[in-house]
Design a protein around this ligand. Sequence first.
Ligand code: GAR
Length: 201
Amino acid sequence: MIRIAVLVSGRGSNLQAIINSIENKYLKAQISIVISDISDAYALERARAHGIKAVHVDPGKFASKELYEIEVLKNLNSENIDLVLLAGYMKILGKTLLTAYKDRILNIHPALLPAFPGLHAQEQAFRHGVKVSGCTVHFVDEELDGGPIILQKCVEVTDDDTVQTLADRILEQEHKIYPEAVKLFVENKLIIEGRKVKFKT
Ligand code: GAR
């Protein structure tokens, strides 16, 4: 059984979607640990409510990003983690984690990458006046929100949308495509060829 770690910073609705997919047997994997850089992230409570080990690693306690990530890595190693999921984790990954988990870290982003990387992607897209936005699950590499794309889902923007209504509809799709992408990884169906991710049949 593949052992997953989920890194979070906030409310954890994507974490919840993964937990639900495991509990309803859509995903055959186990979440062994949830790690947050924020002490009162609601995601930690969600994890504990499902009997999942939930840990706060405080970046403020470490002199550098490298030392902080070494501590995160210790937690991952002690749980024999195979796959790391970023789910609303708001820190940019450094070399330590990227090297240790090369091609084994996924992220969900609330826009159609490569458009609108970085923070507040839904708001960036809305303010830009796009007619279509959406969400993306991708492998994480050294480029911010730039790794090979696994799945994307479009969401149309209507005239009555606000940033909030658009973000809500994008989030609904996030909760669908993140478990789907994780399932493809868990079933060893993903092949990375340069920038492209192909699916084994
Ligand atoms: C989600 O919309 C996720 O796509 C986004 O943060 C939100 C976390 O919500 N991630 C990023 O913007 C990463 N650049 P959640 O904590 O409820 O899953």
